[in-house]
Write a protein that binds this ligand. Structure first.
Ligand code: F6R
Ligand code: MG
Ligand code: MG
Length: 366
């Protein structure tokens, strides 16, 4: 059976700053999807990561379907009413357009979708990250799909050792989608050359050499849509696992580095990506940037119960490592690599300061 998995995610308000949506807000979104989506969807799952709410849906309507996108948009609108009534911070902040026009892409929410023929056993992982950018998944995807140091399946499984195709988007290009497809193993250095730049080049999807979809990432850049800062992009991702794809543990292992990503406080710093339990709030330094992982099997579009990928004692050790890395970087405050370059700052304050100081510089005569 051919099914589509769609994740649509937005920040429509949270408690105590950018921490976590209220229970009532989550319930409102969940109830709306359950009610209005009952004839459209095979199944759905609503969760939060930091201040974001993600709606994971299964259906048979294909990618970019207007009815599915409208369902999510309307659920977020309904939620925004509640967020406003409750006085939540940033109520409706990711709904950048006033009327729906067929697809939520370019309207603020993040989207990732995949359509595939279900295998007899179809396990997959859903990831959601907060206080960071879509390129935060670049390194984990490279490690999971292209590096035998992380993924022994590349050596052990003939299906995997054929390599995969990485489809990479230049997210700074705003006139359309500028994408390139590169193959492993032959192009791994070229892939690395692009993926080192998390702000500009983002893995949009990974496919097998037979053309099967393996992973999809939301590539939205809010500041490109709005032309100015509107918050960090907080990306979602779906990854199919096992057999011809990396094993669940290989994909999860790729997050054990707690690598530095752009985001954190005021979306303007380099801080480690911390694997957290489902429905975790943010805390230290408005982060550290967090990523949650939820495992499912899907059969005829119906989800099993959800299993939390990072709820295991092993990840306490990684969380400790991430805290240490965050603290060490924070010890250097505003200096050098602790903060993002001008182009990536969420606020214009520093640029204003520099403009103001410009006329006070004097050229000393030789
Ligand atoms: C992302 C996020 C942050 C904020 C940033 C700005 O989820 O919450 O990137 O966008 O901290 O916050 P305010 O609203 O104070 O400008
Ligand atoms: Mg936010
Ligand atoms: Mg967020």
């Amino acid at each position: 059976m051919k099914i589509t998995l769609s994740v649509i995610k937005a920040d429509i308000g949270s408690i105590g700053g950018h921490i976590k949506p209220s229970k009532k807000l989550l319930e409102t979104v969940r109830n709306y999807v359950a009610d209005i989506g009952s004839s459209l969807l095979k199944d759905f799952y609503v969760s939060s990561t930091g201040d974001d709410i993600a709606i994971l849906m299964s259906h048979t309507k294909g990618k970019g379907n207007p009815e599915i996108h409208k369902l999510a948009w309307d659920a977020f609108l309904k939620g925004t009413d509640v967020a406003k009534k409750q006085g939540l911070y940033g109520a409706g902040q990711d709904l950048l357009k006033s009327s729906f026009s067929g697809n939520v892409k370019g309207m603020g929410p993040a989207v990732c979708e995949m359509e595939f023929e279900e295998r007899p056993n179809e396990p997959f992982l859903f990831f959601a990250a907060d206080k960071t950018e879509p390129g935060a998944y670049n390194l984990p995807l490279y490690l999971a799909f292209a590096d035998p140091m992380n993924t022994p399946g590349l050596l052990l499984s003939p299906d995997l050792s054929n390599g995969v195709n990485f489809h990479i988007m230049d997210v700074n290009y705003t006139k359309g989608d500028r994408v390139i497809s590169l193959s492993t193993p032959q192009d791994i250095y070229k892939i690395a050359a692009l993926l080192r730049d998390n702000e500009r080049f983002v893995v949009e999807s990974v496919t097998t050499k037979k053309g099967e979809i393996a992973a999809v990432v939301s590539t939205t850049r809010l500041h490109n849509i709005a032309g100015k800062y509107t918050g960090k992009d907080d990306p979602v991702m779906l990854v199919r696992v096992q057999k011809q794809f990396p094993a669940t543990g290989e994909v999860l292992a790729a997050f054990s580095r707690a690598h530095f990503v752009g985001g954190g406080m005021r979306g303007s710093h380099n801080v480690p990506l911390t694997p957290v339990k489902n429905n975790s709030p943010t805390s230290y330094f408005d982060g550290p940037p967090l990523v949650s992982s939820t495992a499912f099997c899907v059969q005829k579009g119906k989800f099993t119960e959800a299993i939390d990928g990072f709820d295991h004692p092993f990840w306490d050790y990684i969380r400790l490592k991430a805290s240490r890395k965050a603290f060490e970087m924070r010890e250097q405050g505003f200096s050098g690599p602790a903060m993002l370059p001008y182009s990536e700052l969420e606020y214009g304050g520093i640029v204003e300061i520099l403009k103001g100081l410009d006329k006070r510089f004097k050229i000393r005569k030789k």
